[in-house]
Design a binder for this molecule. Structure first.
Ligand code: BMA
Length: 747
């Protein structure tokens, strides 16, 4: 009997009405023009398909469709389903952005504020009709709430606007739990979503509806399942649980339970012990074994409802970093009892119009992440709770996830502290936790990005309590950065030399990186031809920070004066900068427990810190990351100083092994193709070992030093240095200092 009808299709239509305060919904008849619409989606995607707006990703077109925010939008479709006698019927929306009301045949079923919570509406029996009109009113971004500021804060705001016009204090975005990046960011357009951006469906059940299945499992195979049930009456029923390997062969295990369902909403716990338990592991530590759990609620001989979820057996905790000051909070990820160095990346929304993202998009991007040897993605707080497919695929690929809650950048100000806002936080973030807690890849909850945890203690305390109550199995950090962790923006925003990275003594590096343009052929797809060279307004609109790009590009090619040369030099600057920091981090294991470069991907065609451009073409830095993130890496630790031909470069050879088995092999090195070293080296499990020294003489012209590590006749790791590279460009101490102060304010 239980049936699900997907509402994900293009049988919707969309129409505009004039903007009203949130709540009013009697104006469906005022729509004068209906356009075809698709769900999941966004009104801009529908307008784009209908040829009503120019593509917002080309040139400065995004300005031309800002009017979309000043209207409200009706999304409507006809529904034709066969409703069985005595059925209960629910509408389920996984995410509507941002303020919405849902109507069934003209009757309002409910309203909602917030883009992340699942909305479930039961269709009352008297309205159950197999042919109906489903209508969703979504308020445009112009109707979003404002940040209420006190008189003192207003004075600060005005003063701040004069000092730092690009970073207004108390911006309105702080008052919404909407993707913060969509208000405009330094790598994203101002494109505030509007529409049904995640899955929608109709579910038909009998008396009992399974609202949620929460699986808590531990490595030895003990499984606790908390069921949230919604029953139309009080009665005794039974539950049948089947568990099978989702990505491995194994017997199906079946368990039965008697349950009492109380009328209304109730919770029931069942538990069982799996035989031959198999662990879920990050990909670099073993197999990411996943279980599929199918639960049927049975009354007499009929099935009332059923649900399927996946889960994994693993433990996760944070331990203190060896050698860290006693007061430093723990930053070492320990998975299944083993410390794991994090070779991470910051993940941002893969599209500024996330409505159109599907499993294939996530699949393609995560393939790149896995292939680059990344073992953790930080889902950055200015972005989203991604769609379910993202977390499913992280589970399947054995990639850990650090999930920020959707709060971002308020180092000098704060998110609202009133009861209404905190209730919204509880509702939306509670649902984020409920949606993600069964995923074994999920390793860390974090309060958000770049705010002061003390000024935001109301928010942080609310989130901490929610995580304890709704999960309780994973660590929580108040924000990123937080004590022990650093976002290093002395380099880039502070204009510091990339070798300055080596001075950073944090225990975990949560963000660092340099902008680089995509290849010139890709640039030409979104920068109008006449503006490609010299870089100007359209580049800046697509996020290029030109002064900094030039500053770092010149370290590689002081004479760059063509598009190709500029792109090439900037891309190499990005690559070399990341190399300096990543090797610094890895050589300092275990005092340093991980790093996550900024940033893996980008939400629109941009000139930003990503290593994979919007068209998913890797920048040169992507390939370097793949090399540097090899679990086994040979690193040459030499002074980064300017050198002349004939000079000798000497340094230490460091073998880094993140694997749980010892490594040994033959190391060879070549300078410009000429052998300069051959030796046997080894390192114990999960270790860092000094394995020798190397001295080479600089030649005229190119000085490319390459390393090859072979084990049992197979090449297992490589690394490469441009010994000419030494970024001694200008250091603006004033700007570097500002970056330091910024970092201090945030933690
Ligand atoms: C970090 C991020 C983002 C920003 C990036 C580059 O601080 O958290 O807010 O996009 O820097 O400036």
């Amino acid at each position: 009997m239980p049936k699900t009808f997907s509402l994900n299709d293009d049988r919707w239509r969309v129409g505009a009405v004039s903007q009203k305060p949130f709540g009013a919904q009697d104006d469906l008849g005022e729509v004068s023009e209906w356009l075809p619409a698709a769900v999941p989606g966004d009104v801009r995607l529908d307008l784009l398909r209908a040829g009503k707006i120019p593509h917002p990703y080309f040139g400065m077109n995004n300005r031309a469709s800002q009017w979309v925010d000043t209207r409200d939008w009706w999304f409507v479709r006809d529904v034709e389903i066969e409703i069985e006698k005595d059925a209960r019927v629910f509408l389920v929306f996984e995410g509507i952005d941002y303020q919405s009301a849902v109507l069934w045949n003209g009757v309002e079923l409910g309203r909602h504020i917030g883009m992340f919570a699942r909305q479930i509406y039961e269709i009352p029996r008297e309205l159950q009709n197999g042919r109906a009109q489903l209508a969703v009113r979504v308020w445009g971004a112009g109707a979003l709430p404002n940040c209420s500021v006190s008189r003192a804060e207003r004075v600060l705001q005005e003063f701040g606007a004069r000092l730092l016009p690009s970073q207004p204090l108390y911006p309105d975005r702080l008052a919404t739990l909407k993707c913060q990046m969509s208000f405009g960011w330094d790598f994203a357009p101002r494109l505030r979503g509007c529409g049904i951006w995640d899955d929608a469906s109709i579910v038909q059940t009998r008396e009992g509806f399974i609202r949620d299945v929460w699986v808590k499992a531990v490595p030895d195979g003990r499984v606790n399942v908390m069921l949230s049930l919604d029953s139309s009456q009080s009665f005794n029923a039974s539950a049948r649980v089947r568990v099978r390997g989702k990505n491995f062969d194994g017997e199906t295990q079946e368990f039965h339970f008697n349950l009492h369902l109380a009328a209304g909403l109730s919770q029931t716990q069942i538990s069982f012990q799996l035989r031959q338990a198999r662990l879920w592991n990050p990909w670099d530590r073993g197999e990411p074994n996943l279980y599929e759990l199918e639960l049927s609620l049975v009354y007499k001989s009929g099935e009332l409802d059923s649900a399927v979820t996946t889960f994994g057996l693993r433990s996760i905790e944070l331990a203190p970093n060896p050698g860290a000051p006693r007061e430093e909070p723990p930053w070492t990820f320990v998975v299944n009892g083993h410390p794991e160095f994090i070779r991470g990346a910051n993940w941002v929304p893969a599209d500024a119009l996330p409505g159109r993202l599907g499993r294939e998009d996530y699949g393609a991007l995560l393939q790149f992440a896995r292939a680059a040897n990344i073992n953790l993605l930080r889902v950055w707080g200015g972005g989203l709770r991604e769609k379910r497919a993202f977390y499913d695929l992280c589970d399947e690929n054995g990639i850990l996830v650090w999930q920020d809650f959707p709060f971002s950048v308020a180092p000098l100000d704060h998110f609202p502290r009133d009861a209404e806002f905190l209730a919204l936080v509880r509702a939306e973030c509670g649902d984020i936790i409920r949606a993600l807690r069964n995923h074994p890849s999920l390793a860390l909850w974090c309060g958000g990005n770049e705010f002061n945890p003390r000024a935001n203690r109301h928010l942080v305390n609310t989130l901490r309590a929610l995580v304890a109550e709704q999960d309780g199995t994973r660590p929580f950090k108040p924000g990123s950065p937080s004590r022990g962790e650093r976002h290093n923006w002395r380099v880039w925003h502070g204009f510091a030399n990339t070798r300055d990275y080596r001075k950073d003594d944090a225990g975990f590096f949560g963000e660092f990186g340099l902008q680089a343009p995509p290849d010139s052929a890709v640039l030409a797809r979104f920068i109008p031809q006449e503006q490609l060279w010299q870089p100007g307004e359209a580049w800046v609109y697509h996020n290029a920070e030109l002064e900094k790009l030039w500053r770092y590009a010149r370290a590689l090619n002081p004479a760059a004066d063509s598009l190709e040369e500029f792109v090439h030099a900037s891309q190499l600057a990005q690559l070399r900068g990341l190399q300096v920091m990543i090797e610094h981090a890895r050589r300092h294991k275990p005092r340093v427990s991980g790093c996550a470069f900024w940033q893996f991907n980008e939400p629109w065609p941009s000139i930003c810190w990503s290593v994979l451009d919007y068209s998913r073409r890797p920048k040169p830095a992507y390939f370097k990351i793949k090399e540097l993130y090899n679990p086994v890496l040979i690193s040459f630790d030499y002074p980064l100083v300017p050198r002349a031909p004939g000079e000798r470069v000497s340094g230490k050879l460091v073998l880094i092994n993140d694997e749980l088995r010892a490594v040994h092999g033959e190391l060879r090195a070549e300078l410009n193709g000429v052998p300069v070293l051959s030796m046997h080296i080894q390192a114990g499990p999960n270790s860092v070992a000094n394995v020798g020294n190397l001295q080479v003489k600089m030649t005229e012209g190119i000085n490319s030093l390459k390393f090859f590590l072979e084990a049992q006749g197979k090449l297992i790791s490589t690394n490469e240095y441009d010994l000419n590279y030494c970024d001694v460009g200008e250091i603006s101490w004033r700007k570097a200092r500002a970056a330091d102060i910024g970092a201090r304010l945030m933690s």
